[in-house]
Design a protein around this ligand. Sequence first.
Ligand SMILES: [Zn+2]
Ligand SMILES: [Zn+2]
Length: 243
Amino acid sequence: MTGAEVPLEGNRSEADTAVSLCSGKNDVEPMTLCAPAIPGESLISQVSRYHVTSGNVTTRDTYDELFQRAPFRLTFWVPPHIASLSVWLKGELVETTHRLLRESTLFPLFKMFNGARFAPSASRESVDEALRRQPKRIVAESGWTRICPLCVIKDSEKYGTAVIRSAHQIPGVSHCHSHGTPLQDWCQKCRCPFERKNDLVLTPWLGCAVCEARLVGDPSQTEAVPDDSRAIGFARFAARLLE
Ligand SMILES: [Zn+2]
Ligand SMILES: [Zn+2]
C-alpha cells in the first residue's frame, strides 16, 4: 500500500475542531463525521455532508483530507479505506472502524447472512486488510445510490439536513420502508444517476450534478399503490435487520 495510510496526526488539531460536535457523545448516539448524528445515515452520506459543510472546493480535496488518497467509491456495501476516519472520530482504531461498519454500512447484514467477520489485530495494516475482504457489490447493484424524496423533506425538517440512508441501499430494496414510496436513483429531470463514478453523492444537498435540479419530494407519493405492497414489506423487513 501507499503512504496514504499514514495516520493524520499532523492535522489532529484541525480534526479536533472540525469534529468536536460530530463524534458520538454517548453509547446511544451513532458516531458520525458531521453534526447532528443521525441514526441510519450511510457513510457516503456522512462524507458527502462533511464535504458540503467543509468549504473544500473539490471532492478530491475532501477525499485527500479525510482519507489521504484520490477519490474512490464509498458506496460499496462495505467501503474500503474507512479506517482513516478513526483519527477524525478520535477513537481507538479497531473499535472506531468496527462502529463505523455497524452503524454506517451494510456490514450487519453480511455478518448475519454471509458470515462476514471483522476481527483484525490492532495494526492499521490488519484493519485495512480486514476491510478489503468485506463484501463489495454485485454488478447489477453497482453505481445506483437510492434516495427517498419524502425522507429528504422529513429529514430536512427533523435534522436540518438531507440524509442518504443505509436501509435504502440494501440489495433488492426498491421502496422506502418509512413512506412506501419508490426510491429514486436518478435525476427526474435529466435522468442522470445520482451516483458518479468514484465520487461523492451530492444531489440531496446541492442538486443534480448535471442539470442542478433539486431533489424535490412529491407529497402525492405518500400513498403506496397496492402492487408495491410486497416490495414495501420487504423494505420494512430489511430495514429492521439493520436496526
Ligand atoms: Zn422515505
Ligand atoms: Zn439532472
